[in-house]
Design a protein around this ligand. Sequence first.
Ligand SMILES: *Cc1c(COP(=O)(O)O)cnc(C)c1O
Length: 417
Amino acid sequence: MTSPVWHPFHQHGLEEPIPLVTHAEGAALYTADGRRVIDAISSWWVTTHGHCHPRIMAAIREQSERLDQLIFAGWTHQPAEDLATELVRIMPRPLDHVFFSDSGSTSVEVALKMALGTFAHRGEERHRILVLEHSYHGDTIGGMSVGARGVFNRPYAPLLFDVETIPFPAEGAEQATLDALERACARGDAAAFIVEPLLLGAGGMLLYPARVLAEMRAICAVHGVLFIADEVMTAWGRTGTLLACEQAGIVPDILCLSKGLTGGSLPLAVTMATPEIYAAHYSTDRARQFFHSSSYTANPIACAAANANLAIWREEPVVDRIASLAERQTTGLARLAQHPRIANPRQLGTVIAMDVLADQHGYLSEIGPALKAAFTSRDVLLRPLGNTVYVMPPYCINDADLAQVHDAIAAVADGPL
Ligand SMILES: *Cc1c(COP(=O)(O)O)cnc(C)c1O
């Protein structure tokens, strides 16, 4: 019998097999047909400390016996209070206000609405959103509008709102990016510039220097354009530091966090904002309150999982694990870079990426699915972006498993493509 489940980013018409996973631990997934598969992409960039971290699982169990869910409009609970307080403590000042939602996409929607609301309440005519070429910010209509246009969103394109795209700061073309941003900001109608700091994920694991990020932030500050950092993927140590923004020494006006916020265990997101943005909504006028909520906003069980994640960051050697993973990735990448079919090796923190040379390119070229299937048959979960293969494992991955991932890439690059 065929399953009624309709999977995301999956063409059912091709009848590719869909593995059934029964349990997971650390960096390993176990399938119903008895295989142990290495999760080399952290279950799509969410799992930081490893699957089923005992401390996070215990926090979920404990909270589930106390308070499962609560309306968050005008009511509160301790897990959310503790989480917001701790986030403000560990994230850069002055991101003093924490707005909860439940996915990376919604954290972006919230950020955009906060930016637009800020100017609307101040009576300033600023409606335009500036975006960086090749960006990804989620699959909701707002998220797609501020993300790269392509095959992913072509059917919806007529309904996506207009944005101004700043060219990606490719090596040697950084000045063109800064000039374009300067011109767009100087026009005076831009409300915000939204960026993925240092590493564009879904756009193909593209890197740009911290210096460019710092200069882009400075241009926005000069022109009063709000700077939104979408750190949904880059935060929680992925790039080697807690936030990617740290490496550029910048603080955004608005910060989006999700994925690793609960260690990757439950859906939760926050959008953090400066006092300036909060103040634009603070009033005795109810028409200026922030009109956004979703049913599971600040779900107590998800908040308890996030609090356990923060305790792990405080009390376990997470920073050392990240440094160790980054080092082992460097070694593996150096070896892979020798391969005649591997080009553009690149790394930021715990993430490595490379392009596998084949006859076809682009996300829909058959090379992506063919690579993915070849990795799966070697018990490695990798999901290339077209011909770009990247490795983004949980920080707990051991030497043997990581070597198996790197070996699988070398073996697949050796094979027929
Ligand atoms: C994954 C991602 C999102 C969307 O997050 P979801 O939780 O999948 O909605 C947004 N921005 C970036 C940079 C992401 O990597």
